[in-house]
Design a binder for this molecule. Structure first.
Ligand code: CO
Length: 442
């Protein structure tokens, strides 16, 4: 543990699979579509939850709104327990209100609502696109949901000039989320969001009834640094973990299995950044019911299923705070976290992270087997840490859970920074954990 690679080790290859995942996923709905496409290419078949569950073992996934759960019972039985990896598809951002069209001093603007806890300043003076989903009504048939993605410089939130805000550098930037964040998107007074969407979707504007649309930075991910050791990208929190989880599941199902092999499951949830309390969030019923239906389909009764959960393990994969070189004093001095030094086990005695000692032991063993270095995070006593879906799934399922993730800077910025190599180590480690042996009893 706390083994570090030689300083200055550059990435041998750019993390191209991660970069393409991030670029494909400006919204949770696009993240789910990209995960589904990657799984389908490996023989995973979609299960529809309103239909009877497939009883034959196989590779499957289920989509509910901005969440996706995927698993394989091929050659495996849930009676050996589950190996779960949880992550989240959503990132903090700015979202279009239901009646957003505004005019002010000659500008056409769109009113936005803040989603989660973004670093608001990071959204200023960027050329922004638009993505998400739109409900469209039709004459005689049922409404449909259309994925929308506009990768054009449509919107911008202009910062106030320094001449009109003389104290900003010394006193800090204060942004009011109601009054200071409305993007401009042109000068034409007839611009309207429903007119724009209708044109893009080629439907009458009266059939655009509702949407879940968000802004995204158009600047593509970049391998950064003179030694190419860093990755700058939007949504590192938490598409790094989503991409690693999908890759880990694909790696895990490619290995041999028997009836004593645990069932690997990945669950990529929406709504983590706003507390997970939703029909598709980690605090909802989605995972509970999917696991139970997997067990029932395999012939387990409820008692067998609860016994299987007791022998299961969940890894909650989410971003960790690297120690910031300009603010090292904000971090616990005995738990400095370096970029490029491997995934981070996150600990918190107030259970903001769910990590416990036996779970750590399983992860440490998997790290040893895959030659992956680990780091251990604990926050300063005077600096409360964030949280993850880890404690939520642990409480909901009663499953032993470990919080783990890739270190990064600028968490919740529109553009974050991590190592170019840690994400690949995370995938390797998670793939091993998905195939690790059943847990001993408690
Ligand atoms: Co996160």
């Amino acid at each position: 543990m706390d083994r570090h690679p030689a300083p200055g080790t550059p990435a041998s290859d750019p993390p191209s699979s991660l970069i393409s995942f991030v670029e494909a996923a400006p919204s949770p709905f696009h993240a789910v579509a990209e995960a589904a496409a990657r799984l389908q290419a490996e023989g995973f078949e979609q299960v529809l939850e309103h239909l009877p569950w497939p009883t034959a073992p196989g590779r499957h996934f289920l989509v509910r709104d901005g969440s996706i759960v995927a698993w394989s019972t091929e050659g495996r039985s849930p009676s050996a327990g589950f190996r779960l990896i949880g992550a989240h598809t959503d990132s903090p951002n700015l979202r279009i209100r239901p009646r957003p069209d505004r005019r002010s001093v000659g500008f056409a603007q769109l009113a936005v609502e803040v989603y989660g806890a973004p670093l608001l300043n990071s959204w200023l003076d960027r050329d922004l696109g638009l993505s998400g989903r739109v409900a469209v009504t039709h004459d005689r048939s049922a409404p449909t949901i259309e994925l929308v993605r506009v990768d054009e410089p449509l919107l911008r939130i202009p910062q106030l000039a320094i001449h009109l805000d003389r104290g900003v550098s010394a006193e800090g930037l204060v942004l009011n989320p109601q009054t200071h964040l409305s993007p401009v998107w042109g000068l034409d007074p007839s611009l309207s969001i429903s007119g724009f969407l209708a044109e893009r979707l080629d439907v009458p504007s009266s059939s655009i009834v509702s949407w879940e649309l968000m802004l995204h930075d158009l600047c593509p991910p970049a391998v950064l640094g003179a030694d190419h050791s860093l990755l700058a990208a939007p949504r590192i929190d938490n598409l790094v973990s989503c991409e690693a989880a999908v890759g880990a599941l694909i790696d895990a199902v490619g290995r041999g299995a028997d009836a004593d092999t645990t069932v690997p499951v990945i669950c990529l949830f929406d709504h983590e950044e706003v507390g997970s309390e939703s029909a598709s969030g980690a605090a909802g019923s989605i995972l509970v019911s999917i696991l139970e239906r997997i067990s029932i389909a395999a012939g387990l009764d409820r008692d067998d299923h609860l016994a299987a959960l007791a022998g299961s393990l969940c890894v909650s994969a989410d971003g960790a705070h690297a120690t910031h070189p300009n603010y090292a004093e904000r971090h616990e001095p005995g738990h400095q976290i370096l970029l490029g030094a491997g995934p981070v086990l996150k600990h918190n005695e107030s259970r903001r992270y769910a990590t416990d000692p036996l779970g750590v032991a399983v992860v440490v063993e998997a790290a040893r087997e895959t030659d992956v270095a680990l780091q251990q995070f604990s926050s300063r006593g005077d600096m409360p840490c964030g949280s993850t879906i880890g404690p939520v799934t642990a409480a909901r399922l009663g499953v032993r859970t470990v919080d783990l993730g890739v270190a990064q800077l600028s968490m919740h910025s529109a553009r974050e920074l991590c190592s170019a190599t840690d994400p690949l180590l995370l995938r390797r480690l998670l793939g091993q954990i998905l195939t690790s042996s059943p847990l001993p009893g408690r």
